[in-house]
Design a protein around this ligand. Structure first.
Ligand SMILES: Nc1nc2c(ncn2[C@@H]2O[C@H](COP(=O)(O)OP(=O)(O)O)[C@@H](O)[C@H]2O)c(=O)[nH]1
Ligand SMILES: [Mg+2]
Length: 200
């Protein structure tokens, strides 16, 4: 089975845990701890299966329904802790990931500065080129800002989706669209490695 590792970054309280639980209701909370004296921080870890042939997502309880003759991906989704102080833990969790979901809270435009900082951390760890998507969250609330009025402030070139992680609005559609993009990126990457002669 092919593997894809995604990470969700974004400000504290933006809805990262809610999003991951919507995608994987059995997502678990894990502990990240480093060194003897540092505090332990929790992060979320979810898994779904994605049938790329039919562009269908399967939850953990639907594994029996997966068609093994199709192209199946195991997709892991790691949610990072959003607090400013946990930059070290976030960077460790970013390592080796194939795509970044930047989750912002459309009701808290002042928190965009934290989103920006976390995106810079992602660039430090993953380099200049990695698939990114922006999920503008909490669009079930009437006072959510129009993303076109806030996202340009981030200066990040990426698709933007209005979602509600809480109600599920647009979540699966936006997520599947991103899976297609990450898959394409991974295929192009492996082909260019091949062209560089690493497989010969
Ligand atoms: N109205 C609304 N509330 C949300 C949405 N997503 C998350 N929340 C709420 O925002 C708060 C923070 O969510 P959480 O997932 O814990 O954020 P995290 O810190 O990024 O993991 C919780 O009270 C959630 O219920 C949403 O789409 N709409
Ligand atoms: Mg959380």
């Amino acid at each position: 089975m092919k593997k894809m590792k995604l990470v969700v970054i974004g400000p504290h309280q933006a809805g990262k845990t809610t999003l991951i639980r919507k995608l994987d209701p059995w997502a678990v909370r894990m502990d990240y701890s480093k060194g003897t004296f540092s505090t332990t921080v929790g992060f979320d870890y979810g898994i779904v299966l994605w049938d790329a042939t039919e562009n269908r997502i399967y939850r953990r309880n639907q594994i029996d329904e997966v068609d093994p003759s199709n192209e199946i991906w195991k997709v892991t989704i790691t949610g990072t802790p959003g607090q400013v102080a946990f930059s070290g833990a976030r960077k460790a969790l970013l390592r080796g990931k194939n795509g970044v979901i930047l989750l912002i809270d459309a009701t808290q435009p002042a928190h965009l500065v934290y989103a920006m900082e976390q995106y810079q951390e992602a660039r430090e760890v993953l380099g200049a080129r990695f698939p990114t998507v922006i999920f503008s969250n909490k669009h079930d609330l009437p006072y959510a800002k129009d993303p076109s009025s806030i996202v340009p402030l981030l200066g990040i070139k990426a698709d933007v989706w209005e979602i509600s992680a809480l109600k599920g609005f647009n979540v699966e559609r936006a997520f599947k669209d991103f899976l297609i993009k990450v898959r394409k990126h991974l295929i192009i990457e492996s082909v260019s490695h091949m062209m560089e002669g690493r497989w010969i």
